[in-house]
Design a protein around this ligand. Structure first.
Ligand code: GTP
Length: 370
């Protein structure tokens, strides 16, 4: 769990002089069709918009002022979080009319920033790292930029970041096929505020492809903070399902969940039929209906969805108000909002059904027995 108090007397003042920026303007294409109706950081995760978990973590580290860099479906964030007071935060919003990328998004909020240390977050990362430790390292090294790094088994899909014995970053290699280390960019950075002013204004910029390599080429003091706390980028359906289940089971920490841990999480107004089995970190949204004898294993069922009697849902996301018919099987799938999957259908291995699509009873099968 993140600590609620700074780790020593001195960083308390440093925390007071730290603000956070959360980048939430992406289109979330890898999570379509769920991100047609909601931006990725607002998708329900263990019953709360994903961003609530990240914002609670930022607050738990002692940071109060947070700027959200929005673009895609920008209005949804302010409608939900308002001025941030429910989370004891001071939240402000800066909208990009056209998405400016991760670097452009950071540059675009500069006028809202007053602190000298700025902690920047990708808005889709679930993690358990004590943020005050990253800040402590940043100050101890008098760094210009400090990046949170994690070790993964396959670094090729991420930014690979080799460091020297002192933790100084040697290179930044975005999505390389030949990674020299298993350390990757975890999507959280501490900037000296004046570095942000150097990012070109009003044009699309990628921090990963442009800003970081450039800072290294200029010889800036760039350090990596590596730890082994829980970490997951929630950008794909597989990771979203895993991250949600980890939150429900207490494997992934979130100050917003107040220590909940169990095999399933059922929200108010949901109905669970006789003999239904809910395991593997399954979450059932508000007003959803689970029929008798249905089996849900690692399922993410959004509000108002209906899983009928005898259906099986494994490692899949069922969108708002969708219906899964009697004895249907959904495994590793994403079912869009309001879709209607007929009885005995089988949807497996990465199937994605677009919102409102109706599949008749027995309309898609992988086996011949009915
Ligand atoms: P994919 O389309 O599935 O890659 O998702 P994405 O659009 O969210 O992109 P990605 O996962 O690479 O983005 C990482 C974080 O940066 C997410 O929290 C995004 O919301 C955010 N982000 C990406 N592009 C922009 C942008 O142009 N502006 C802002 N403000 N945020 C962005």
């Amino acid at each position: 769990m993140t600590s609620t108090t700074p780790s020593s007397a001195e960083p308390r003042d440093l925390i007071a002089d730290t603000e956070a920026v959360v980048l939430v303007g992406g289109k979330g294409t890898r999570l379509r069709p769920l991100t047609i109706s909601a931006p990725k950081p607002m998708l329900p995760t263990a019953g709360l918009p994903f961003l609530t978990h990240l914002l609670s973590r930022i607050r738990a580290a002692g940071i109060r002022r947070v700027v959200l860099g929005t673009s895609f479906k920008a209005e949804v964030f302010e409608e939900h979080f308002g001025d941030g007071s429910d989370l004891d935060l001071e939240l402000t919003y800066v909208v990009e009319t056209e998405p400016l990328g991760t670097g452009g998004g950071i540059r675009n909020v500069l006028d809202e920033l007053t602190a000298s240390t700025i902690m920047v977050f990708n808005g889709d990362v679930l993690g358990g790292t004590d943020l005050t430790r990253i800040l402590d390292l940043h100050h101890a090294k008098s760094a210009d930029l400090t990046m949170h790094l994690v070790r993964v088994s396959d670094p090729r899909a991420f930014g690979c970041v080799p460091t020297d014995d002192d933790g100084r970053v040697l290179e930044f290699l975005e999505k390389t096929q030949d990674p020299p280390t298993d350390q990757i960019n975890a999507g959280c950075y501490v900037f000296r505020r004046d570095l942000i002013a150097q990012i070109p204004e009003g044009v699309p910029v990628s921090v990963e492809r442009e800003t970081f390599p450039q800072l290294l080429a200029e010889g800036k003091r760039v350090f990596g903070f590596v730890d082994s706390a829980y970490w997951r980028d929630m950008g794909t359906p597989e990771d979203f399902v895993r991250g949600s289940a980890d939150l429900v089971r207490g494997i992934a920490p979130s100050p917003a969940l107040h220590g909940h841990a169990g095999e399933s999480l059922v929200h108010e107004g949901a109905g669970i039929g006789a003999g239904a089995v809910l395991v593997g970190g399954t979450v059932v949204g508000r007003g959803a209906e689970i029929g008798a004898g249905a089996r849900l294993d690692g399922a993410v069922v959004f509000d108002g969805a209906r899983i009928e009697a005898g259906a099986t849902v494994e490692r899949s996301i069922i969108g708002f108000g969708a219906r899964i018919g009697h004895r249907a099987l959904i495994r590793d799938g994403v079912i869009g909002d309001g879709a209607d999957i007929g009885a005995r259908c089988e949807l497996l291995r990465g199937a994605r059904v677009w919102p409102g699509v109706v599949i008749p009873d027995g309309g898609i099968r992988y086996s011949t027995d009915m």
